[in-house]
Design a protein around this ligand. Sequence first.
Ligand code: 9MR
Length: 459
Amino acid sequence: MKHRRVLRAAVTVAVTGALAAGMTMALTTSANAGTTLRASAAEKGRYFGAAVATGKLSTSAYVTVLNREFNSVVAENEMKWDATEPQQGQFRYTGGDRLVSHAQANGMSVRGHALLWYQQQPGWAQNMSGSTLRSAMINHVTQVATHFRGKIHSWDVVNEAFADGGSGGRRDSNLQRTGNDWIEAAFRAARAADPGAKLCYNDYNTDGINAKSTGIYNMVRDFKSRGVPIDCVGFQSHLGTSLASDYQANLQRFADLGVDVQITELDVMTGGNQANIYGAVTRACMNVSRCTGITVWGVRDCDSWRGSDNALLFDCNGNKKAAYTNVLNALNAGPGIPTDPPTDPPTDPPTDPPTDPPTDPPTVGCSASVSLNSWTGGFVASVKVTAGSAGTSGWNVGFTLPSGASVTNTWSATASGSTGTVRFANVNYNGRLGAGQVTEFGFQGTGSASGVTPTCTAS
Ligand code: 9MR
């Protein structure tokens, strides 16, 4: 977009070193519950993320804010096509791997951005067309998603494929000219390569019910009806000085199609309304139970592609802005994601209730809920673990799988067994949870896991 190039040109990267040595890095601890974006979002079963330029991971003022406030990251540029496959068939994962390591060491999940996009393609791909390009792009999706398999919470499989203006149709691009089915082909390839990642479509100017968001809505509805594997829609939310009044209603209509929604690149023009808009966007996400997380597109104002817009939550010295306070308050005030209701409530209550109920009910140390994404012959289970009032120093979740089902891959937990009764223990960075704090792990399997229920024990 033209205005983006102008904004980009205006970016200044003068970062004053007000924060220097001697800083403490606050990681996930219950002591921070309600006082950092990451703790407050996690308490509500959500993530709060930032786009990261890996070159800044050695700037301590930057990393201090990143580690204290965020529990999700996305590479601002390092996982794009031009970065990961600069020459055809030669893959380079240095920046992406560095970000994943940083995330794993600091209890953060990773959004993957972006497998296919009409911009930031390597020169060799820009010069391709037709079936040659189609196979090169699908190979790109397969290779990159396979490399990061098991490490990505959600992938932006396809970015910005719809046109601006009132048509509601696709954007012209070399990718689109390979055939209208390129998007579904990309989603199928991504699912096959990393069945544990949520697969998202991501776009901008979709911040309300308009022709562009409706075009995307129709595509998602079509994909769901035909079994094309799509799990989420990203709303970039690069915002100006006002917010569409139907912002939340738009998120909700997508959620009602059976996909998660995520705010993926939030930044807001500075000015009187900035803090209000940040608060309103956060409230909208909290009010939509399938809105699973918010990502801001950068950490401090000086890190932003929008330069002099001062569009982020921290000033260039890392100080919290009014917008930060509004976001934190909205996270703390918002409802949590409801846990899945039991699918089969008992229809016949027991006729003879026990006359002597135990006087000391067991202390519930943790609870777990599962959401299944199933297809013929396989499934991915995403499991949420919520600590009870005493918190946990470790947890263990058990499932009894139906016969024929088998676990083949696990992330963010260690599995014992693969068939029948299978147990999942915390890994080192997600065992310690504060009261009410939530963490997630997942596993992939063959066969069917329909109807399974988790039991959680805490230590
Ligand atoms: O923030 C990114 C900037 O550093 C790059 O120069 C630019 C290249 O087009 O991409 C920016 O990120 C974009 C994102 O990948 C997709 N949505 C719009 C973002 C802002 O332009």
